[in-house]
Each structure stands twice: as structure tokens, then as C-alpha cells.
Design a protein around this ligand. Structure first.
Ligand SMILES: NC(=O)c1ccc[n+]([C@@H]2O[C@H](COP(=O)([O-])OP(=O)(O)OC[C@H]3O[C@@H](n4cnc5c(N)ncnc54)[C@H](OP(=O)(O)O)[C@@H]3O)[C@@H](O)[C@H]2O)c1
Length: 253
């Protein structure tokens, strides 16, 4: 691998890092030489499977079970990151949740639950870890096209992603003088377990695959490649941008 894309000697935290897109980011970063802390909260089987894969490949990857929506979980992550000696070179915020219902069935509880993970935890994590970031560090917020487009049964999740993107752009400007870059990735549809709770998931995935100029859905690995690029030295002048990884699906034709 070209030196520019090497993550050797660097340490990254990947939230929601044991399933779906986060798992692919965790493996990609570890294969590029990074020490990776992969966060999750409930699915121990998925976490164990990632760890087994990492051990088989002799990658430097460790798990961190922590609920990012509660104080105790955030303290656990903070402690684990401070125990690492090498310094801290970035964060990819993949963790997200959501309630996929029509607007009139949504409640304030759904609203608070979704914002707590998708936006508030990102704000809180960056605030807590800020003193530990090394110059040249890179933060990536994983958003979705629902931040700017209307997606069926997606209103609260879409609103969280809009807020996440705005927060990331403001952080990008304010943190750039400290040598910390912040960017956003907007994946197109990726067939992960997150789709299990979406209405008409199969039909919608098939339709999106058909509409994309690429002729298929993008994969979690392709999204991970974009995250790798943004966290590498090759992206050192890219600040506050949104990188869309959707096979051209969002292009107006
Ligand atoms: N899949 C898509 O089509 C798509 C499209 C556009 C954008 N995105 C975005 O890409 C990101 C990853 O999506 P995905 O489909 O890969 O998701 P996913 O498969 O549902 O994985 C979600 C991850 O978040 C973790 N998580 C959930 N609640 C948590 C909490 N309270 N604290 C800490 N971690 C928590 C889960 O941990 P457990 O495994 O322990 O539950 C899991 O690792 C999300 O931000 C999503 O909005 C996805």
C-alpha cells in the first residue's frame, strides 16, 4: 500500500464498528495498519465474529462494548481510549439507530432515542476525546441521503442526519486550526441488517440498485474505502466536505 494510505501507527475509534458499514471500516482500517477500537452495544455474536476475523488476520483490533447514549458508556470509551499509549488519530461515527414509522405514529420518545445516538453521542464523544486527538487526526460522520431528501418512514432519522452534517461542518471549521479534519460520508443504500426494520426493504433495495448508474447497490467495503481515504494523508486538504458513495444514484437524470 502506498505510504500515503498507510494508517500504520495510528489509532481509530469506530462507533457501531462491529456490524454492517462499521465492521467493514474497522477491518479496512486495521488492514491498513491502524490500531482499531470497534464499539458496539448489544450484538455480542457480531462483535465476537469481528474479533475472530481480526485475530485470524493478526490485526490490531479491540472491542469496546459501550452504549453511547448513556454517561456510563461514554465514560467506558473515554477510559479505553486514554489507556492507549499511541495517541488518537480519528473517529468514524457509524453508530445510528432509528424508528421507521409514518410521522403521525412517531412520539417524542422515538425522537429523543434517535437524536441521542445519531447526533448527541457524536457531539459528546468529540468533546470528551478532543484533548486526546493528535494533529492530523480525522473525524468522519456517516450520514445518509435522508439528511436532504425525503425518504418514506424516515423523518426522524433524516432530521438527525441533517443535524449531524451541520454539526460536522461547524466542527470542521473550528477544529481545522488544531489540525483535526472533519468530513462526512453519505452512503447510498447498503444491504445491511439496518434494512430489516424498514418497510418494503427488499423492493426498495431492488429499485435503488436498478436506478443507480453503477447498476447495483454499493457495498459496505466501498463505503469503508471512502472512510479510509478521508482518514489518510491523501485527504489532508479535504475539510468539511460530504463524500457521496452511492454509485451515482443521487444524480438527477
Ligand atoms: N445501510 C444503509 O443502507 C445506509 C445508508 C446510508 C447511511 N447509512 C448509515 O451508515 C451507518 C451504519 O449503518 P449500518 O447499516 O451499517 O448499521 P447497522 O448494521 O444497523 O449497525 C449499527 C451499529 O450501531 C451500533 N449501535 C446501535 N446502538 C448503539 C448504541 N446505543 N451505542 C453504541 N453503538 C450502537 C450497533 O451495535 P450492536 O451491533 O451491538 O447493535 C451496530 O454496530 C449509520 O450511520 C447509517 O445511518 C446506512
Amino acid at each position: 500500500m502506498s505510504q500515503m494510505f498507510s494508517l500504520e501507527g495510528k489509532t481509530f475509534l469506530i462507533t457501531g464498528g462491529t456490524r454492517g458499514i462499521g465492521r467493514a471500516v474497522s477491518l479496512r482500517f486495521a488492514r491498513a495498519g491502524a490500531t482499531v477500537v470497534s464499539n458496539y452495544v448489544r450484538d455480542q455474536k457480531a462483535a465476537d465474529s469481528l474479533l475472530a476475523q481480526a485475530e485470524e488476520e493478526r490485526l490490531r483490533l479491540m472491542l469496546c462494548r459501550a452504549d453511547l447514549t448513556i454517561e456510563k458508556g461514554l465514560e467506558t470509551i473515554e477510559q479505553q481510549m486514554s489507556d492507549l499509549l499511541e495517541g488518537f488519530h480519528g473517529l468514524v461515527h457509524c453508530a445510528a439507530t432509528g424508528v421507521h414509522k409514518p410521522f403521525d405514529e412517531l412520539t417524542l420518545r422515538h425522537y429523543d432515542w434517535t437524536f441521542a445516538l445519531n447526533v448527541r453521542s457524536f457531539f459528546d464523544l468529540v468533546k470528551r476525546l478532543l484533548p486526546r486527538f493528535s494533529p492530523g487526526a480525522s473525524i468522519v460522520a456517516v450520514s445518509s441521503q435522508g439528511s436532504s431528501r425525503v425518504v418514506p418512514a424516515y423523518s426522524i432519522v433524516g432530521a438527525t442526519k441533517g443535524a449531524l452534517e451541520s454539526l460536522a461542518r461547524h466542527m470542521a471549521v473550528e477544529l481545522a486550526p488544531r489540525g483535526i479534519r472533519v468530513n462526512i460520508i453519505t452512503p447510498g443504500a447498503v444491504a445491511t441488517e439496518a434494512w430489516a426494520s424498514m418497510p418494503d426493504a427488499e423492493a426498495r433495495l431492488a429499485d435503488m440498485a436498478k436506478r443507480a448508474p453503477l447498476g447495483r447497490l454499493v457495498t459496505a467495503e466501498e463505503v469503508a474505502q471512502a472512510a479510509h481515504f478521508l482518514c489518510s494523508d491523501a485527504a489532508q486538504s479535504i475539510i468539511g466536505q460530504t463524500l457521496t458513495v452511492d454509485g451515482g444514484a443521487c444524480l438527477p437524470v
